[in-house]
Design a protein around this ligand. Structure first.
Ligand code: UDP
Length: 417
């Protein structure tokens, strides 16, 4: 499958598209191979599903593969993920052994030849040990998570592999690390033409709301997220309950799982218990690729919440802002790059603060609409897939055609505006 870059002219502007074509012309036929740990569920899969066909549409031979694993491996990688995000986790020797076992298994299976490899997040980081499959190739480690305060034993463990890469990519300046590998800063993006984000007519939005027993005449507050403790769904319910004492509203917690996230069932039980028997709390377990439904739920909402305890970027915030919906989000990770306090939504620090801001926007819907309009323009200028595509093209150009690694040693380069 490939997409036509010209379809994005109207939204991103002709200049952006011409620049992309110019850089792509220098990279025609380049083989770029991406590897991550889940084919669906979560932001990385969401981005790859759109970027790969777009790269192919401009002449890059882009491919995408998912590493193999099973329950014990994903338990370990989820614990590592949480520990890298700064959570206190009890790490055992057997966890490191399991990680090594699956890394070796994936190394045995790995024979993909390419000019450039983009390896996403810690789960497949060890694939760099197979760089001999294409000796002249360049390897990039793309970190999507907040590693600003990592558990040092995990960071030390994966650093042995990270330091073998030719370059690394982080999302936010504060996520960058003191490592002897060039670091590039690239923010993620949404695709405005994807089912998840394209314009929907009012009828479709109504139909989805009614399907989930939501009353479109009453305010809807929504958080769309994997059922993950770091997304703080319980905190969302507590904030809603504070608001509900004083104002009418409905709460949607829409989520699902991901192949590499074994915690969602347990978290879902905790959410159900916290919600109790309130008929105005809708807990929606959505299957993968429920894109139109999520799009409609976001559009039907007066406010989108993203009350994460830790966050890489938070594509759900970008998706909401693009739809002109204000976002109330925790002041963590990439949410801070998107929620400009008082302009595109509100940054919050507590359950009470979240409730206070929800009430404020429910009392003044015009303010929410203005913030939503600001949010859409912020996304248009910074977080569209076309900008993301251009950043990756420039990075490949630097690595494959011009980069003298010594020049880039110990430096951080901001590719995203
Ligand atoms: N998402 C989804 N179904 C769900 C929950 C989330 O399609 O049940 C999507 C959501 O719309 C967004 C992505 O998964 O595109 C989540 O990305 P984000 O960066 O917010 O968080 P992550 O899951 O990567 O931590």
């Amino acid at each position: 499958m490939s997409f036509n870059i010209n379809d994005y002219k109207q939204i991103a502007g002709s200049n952006e598209i011409e620049e992309i074509k110019l850089v792509a012309g220098r990279l025609e036929g380049v083989r770029m191979h991406n590897v991550n740990s889940t084919p669906s569920g979560g932001g990385v899969a969401e981005i790859l599903a759109r970027l790969i066909p777009l790269l192919r549409g401009i002449g890059i031979d882009a491919t995408w593969d998912v590493i193999r694993g099973s329950e014990d491996f994903y338990q370990v990688t989820k614990a590592f993920h949480n520990a890298l995000h700064g959570e206190k986790i009890n790490l055992t020797d057997s966890m490191f052994e399991i990680f090594e076992h699956y890394t070796n298994l994936n190394l045995d299976l790995f024979d993909k030849e390419a000019d450039c490899y983009l390896i996403h997040d810690p789960q497949p980081v060890g694939l760099i040990r197979k760089r001999s499959v294409s000796p002249a190739s360049k390897w990039i480690w793309r970190c999507h998570i907040d590693v600003s305060r990592p558990d040092e034993s995990i960071w030390g463990f994966i650093s042995e592999d990270i330091e073998k890469y030719d370059a690394t990519v982080f999302t936010m300046p504060e996520f960058s690390r003191p490592i002897p590998v060039p670091q590039f800063l690239v923010t993620p993006s949404i695709d405005p033409l994807a089912d998840k984000n394209k314009e929907l007519n009012g009828k479709t939005v109504m139909q989805v709301a009614e399907k989930y027993d939501l009353n479109p005449e009453r305010p809807i507050i929504t958080q769309v997220s994997r059922f993950d403790r770091l997304k703080d769904p319980i905190g969302v319910i507590k904030s809603y309950k504070l608001v509900k004492k004083r104002m009418d509203c409905q709460l949607v917690l829409a989520g699902g799982g991901a192949q590499d996230d074994p915690e969602s069932c347990g978290v879902l039980d905790e959410i159900r218990e916290a919600a109790g028997d309130d008929p105005d709390i809708k807990i929606l377990e959505l299957p993968p690729f429920s894109d139109i439904e999520i799009n409609a739920l976001q559009r039907a909402s007066a406010i989108i919440l993203q009350k994460s305890v830790r966050e890489g970027f938070g594509l759900t915030v970008t998706e909401a802002l693009w739809k002109g919906v204000p976002v109330i989000g925790s002041a963590v990770g990439g949410i801070k790059a998107q929620v400009i306090n008082g302009v595109t939504g509100y940054l919050i620090y507590s359950i009470e603060g979240c409730a206070h801001r929800i009430e404020e926007l429910l009392r003044d819907p015009e303010k929410g609409k203005t913030m939503g309009r600001n949010g859409k323009e912020l996304v248009r200028s910074r977080f569209l897939i076309t900008r993301h595509l251009k950043n990756y093209l420039l990075l490949m150009l630097a690595l494959l055609k011009t980069l003298n690694r010594d020049l880039f040693e110990r430096q951080i380069f901001m590719l995203s505006a």
